[in-house]
Ligand binder design. Structure first.
Ligand SMILES: N[C@@H](CCC(=O)N[C@@H](CS)C(=O)NCC(=O)O)C(=O)O
Length: 201
């Protein structure tokens, strides 16, 4: 399998953490890709021109990190990172959606503050994204006590989202007012799959 990814992308990180957690890290050839490069051929593998994009051993294309992660999870016989059914599944999927939403909003902030020309910046739009991030982090703070200890796709996505906030929006200081989440996150940072995929770039 080949993965088009960027070392700064929290969505690509999610895929890499999943792959490592299920023992498939070595089965994926990583292809660094700049989705924003004017001459990129990424649309050949993902018409949306976004990373991550996976090229399967059969030559198929998969994109959107939840789809790629669930595909990888289908390839092994161990404990599933996507719980197969019931309450546990919906909780994991909801947490993944909330964490992915943090990443989406953080990416908007990043584009708004680094790519958009200053004269076109829309402060209310930026505030809306930052407020969404804060509410989502509040929600996770309130449910940290119910984390079971199992590193499901929900918790994996959350680690990647919080790591991205540290990386790109440190001024947001997400730990402020979220002591339980901060303690939980600190405990996850030493996991090999998390430590080895720390964002850079
Ligand atoms: N929903 C997608 C989001 C992927 C995404 O937004 N990737 C960013 C990099 S972190 C990207 O490639 N952006 C390029 C663009 O928006 O044109 C997923 O879960 O994979």
């Amino acid at each position: 399998m080949k993965l088009r990814y960027s070392p700064a992308s929290p969505f690509a990180r999610k895929v890499l953490v999943v792959a490592q957690e299920i023992g498939l890290g070595g089965a994926i050839e990583r292809i660094p890709t700049d989705a924003w490069a004017a001459d990129t051929d990424l649309p050949h593998d993902n018409p949306l021109c976004k990373v991550p994009a996976l090229i399967t051993d059969e030559g198929g294309h998969l994109y959107d990190s939840p789809v790629i992660c669930e595909y990888l999870d289908s390839l092994h016989g161990g404990a599933k990172l996507f719980p197969p059914a019931g309450e546990a599944r919906w909780t994991a999927l909801r947490r993944q959606a909330l964490a992915d939403g943090i990443m989406d909003a953080a990416l908007v902030c990043r584009v708004e503050t680094t790519a958009r020309p200053a004269e076109y910046r829309w402060t209310a739009w930026l505030d809306r994204q930052r407020n969404a991030i804060t509410r989502a982090v509040d929600a996770f703070e309130n449910e940290t006590g119910s984390f079971s200890g199992f590193f499901s796709i929900g918790e994996i996505a959350l680690v990647c989202a919080l790591g991205y906030l540290d990386f790109r929006l440190p001024d947001l200081d997400w730990r402020q007012g979220h002591p339980s989440l901060a303690t939980w996150y600190a405990a996850q940072e030493s996991r090999p799959s998390v430590a080895e995929t720390k964002p850079n770039g």
